[in-house]
Write a protein that binds this ligand. Structure first.
Ligand code: G16
Length: 543
């Protein structure tokens, strides 16, 4: 076996963010950069000799090169089975499933999620553990610590593997298996949902538009929606994964999926519109004439999940990230279910799911999922919606209105200020933090502050503490403003302001969101001095 130990110099910027290490492609192209991070992952782990590693990515620019690197390094470090999605393709939820399904030690997923791709755009590497979920902080901290002192990595001299042919190749002591990236995942979906009912719905003329955004879900959505559920060809748009996502930003929100939104608001709209992101874990849900916010989608899916065979027995609990609206809390309350509030980042749901405390989880950042894998799952959310629509025989609009009449409505929007100078963004947060002790009981216009804190999470399963997870301003009556800095950007800082008004079930449920939260937007500016700190008069993106 030609294992080579290669001397390397450490980099000081390999701290994993909310979801792995994300940098511009030229940063990753520096000699040794990807190798150092991958070796730091292996060096931070124990006991994987002779086990299986899953490798795949979202198909973005530089995916294939790093997959070859990761295969060589995994073999040199002692993994003996390396499972790779054909073409180097694996959606994040499919990778999570594969790790679980094949009893792998873990997986390396190459993705920068919803960030743009291309020679000067974003790339990323993340590590998932044996439960299929993102590595928890104690592992990402160990990876970062190792990356600062690393001075060698292990690789193996071997020709490139043909990623496009299913089959097995021996690399050193390891067998590299190239397998269909879709089949296992599609089979899992068939166990959760009533495919016959969805097929009947579609057969009856129900029209779907799914935008894969030239990203990884194309092959998955085409197989499941068109081949297995009988939706007509063309239901899946932008269905071929492209290295630069066709020049688009593969983020399924109202800005980057505007064409779909406009179509769904038109007179001849299909019945159901959806989109997924770069690596297939996010989702956008739009009914004919109605956008469903991710926070509402979580609440509505949780309230109706029992219509799907996989959830017919009911839910053990619901979990949401802290900035996600409290709509799911109302459902949990009425159904008598536990509700968990975690920091932003899917990794925080892992323990709850493993312990059987939560069945459905969701985040305002367009992520919903369940205990079927340990990642959020875009197509899963689409299929659960379709299953519910088939079972209830009502439109998305009717289901949403009935939901609000039962649980009340959490009007919700997120304002993002992108590419802000990091020092200025830090100053804004520090200022807010300093003011926290004085805020309770004060009034801003008609709003009265009931509580204000810097969110800290105590994991009920492993007892770990995560502090400084975002500033929460809670108003009397259930409205909130949350401020936090994004952990996924690759240039400068992104300030996120999450704004939410709670309207009880007997209140005014049909307002425009912008109108319903107008006073809270004014309050956010007053509390944080966003314009003063950033020089920005308005957010770059509103979702
Ligand atoms: C990642 C995490 C999510 C998180 C999101 C937003 O999503 O996996 O759990 O909600 O980032 O993070 P931030 O607000 O820090 O930018 P993805 O889809 O990018 O992997």
């Amino acid at each position: 076996m030609n294992i080579r130990e290669v001397a390397t110099k450490s980099f000081d910027d390999q701290k994993p963010g909310t979801s792995g290490l994300r940098k511009k492609v030229p940063v990753f192209q520096q000699p040794g950069y990807a190798e150092n991070f991958i070796q730091s992952i292996f060096d931070a782990l124990d006991g994987f000799a002779g086990t299986t590693l899953v490798i795949g990515g979202d198909g973005r620019f530089y995916n294939r090169e790093v997959i070859q690197t990761a295969i060589r390094m995994a073999a040199a470090n002692g993994f003996t089975t390396i499972i790779v999605g054909r073409g180097g393709i694996l959606s994040t939820p499919a990778a999570s499933h594969m790790i679980r399904h094949y009893g792998a030690f873990g997986g390396i997923i190459l993705s920068a999620s919803h960030n743009p791709g291309g020679p000067t755009e974003d790339f990323g590497i993340k590590y998932n553990i044996s439960n299929g979920g993102p590595a928890p902080e104690k592992i990402t901290d160990a990876i970062y610590a190792r990356s600062k002192t690393i001075d060698r990595y292990l690789t193996i001299e071997t020709p490139d593997i043909d990623l496009d042919q299913d089959g097995e190749t021996q690399v050193g002591d390891a067998v590299v298996r190239i397998i269909d990236p879709v089949a296992d995942y599609a089979a899992l979906m068939e166990t959760l949902f009533d495919f016959e009912a969805i097929r009947a719905l579609i057969g009856g003329g129900f029209r779907i538009a799914f935008d894969a955004m030239s990203a990884v879900t194309g092959p998955y959505a085409t197989e499941i929606l068109e081949r297995r559920l009988g939706a007509p060809a063309g239901t899946v748009r932008n269905g071929t994964p492209l290295p630069d996502f066709g020049g688009h930003h593969p983020d399924p929100n109202l800005v980057h999926a505007k064409d779909l939104y406009d179509e769904m608001m038109s007179a001849d709209a299909p019945d159901f519109g959806a989109a997924s992101d770069g690596d297939g874990d996010r989702n956008l849900i739009i009914g004919k004439g109605i956008f469903v916010t991710p926070s509402d989608s979580l609440a509505m899916l949780a309230a109706n999940a029992h219509f799907a065979p996989g959830y017919a027995k009911g839910l053990a609990g619901i979990a949401r990230s802290m900035p996600t609206s409290c709509a799911a809390d109302r459902v949990a309350e009425q159904l008598g279910l536990p509700l968990f509030e975690t920091p932003t980042g899917w990794k925080f749901f892992g323990n709850l799911l493993d312990a059987g405390k939560a069945t459905i989880c969701g985040e305002e950042s367009a992520g919903t999922g369940s205990d079927h894998v340990r990642e959020k799952d875009g197509l899963w959310a689409v299929l659960l919606w379709l299953n519910i629509l088939a079972a209830r025989g009502e439109s998305v609009h009717a289901i949403a209105e009935a939901h609000w009449r039962r649980f009340g409505r959490n009007y919700y929007a997120r304002h993002d200020y992108e590419g802000v100078d990091s020092a200025r963004a830090d100053a804004l947060m520090a200022d807010l933090r300093n003011h926290l002790p004085t805020l309770r009981g004060t009034a801003i216009g008609a709003l009265r502050i009931e509580a204000a804190d810097d969110f800290a999470y105590h994991d009920p399963i492993d007892g770990s503490e995560s502090r400084n997870q975002g500033i929460r301003i809670l108003f009397e009556g259930g409205s909130r403003i949350v401020f936090r800095l994004s952990g996924t950007g690759t240039s400068g800082a992104t300030i996120r302001v999450y704004i939410e008004r709670y309207e009880p079930a007997d209140g005014d449920l049909g307002r425009e969101t912008g109108d319903a939260i107008a006073d809270l937007i004014v309050a956010a500016e007053e509390l944080a001095g966003i314009a003063r700190h950033t020089g920005r008069a308005k957010p770059d993106v509103i979702t």
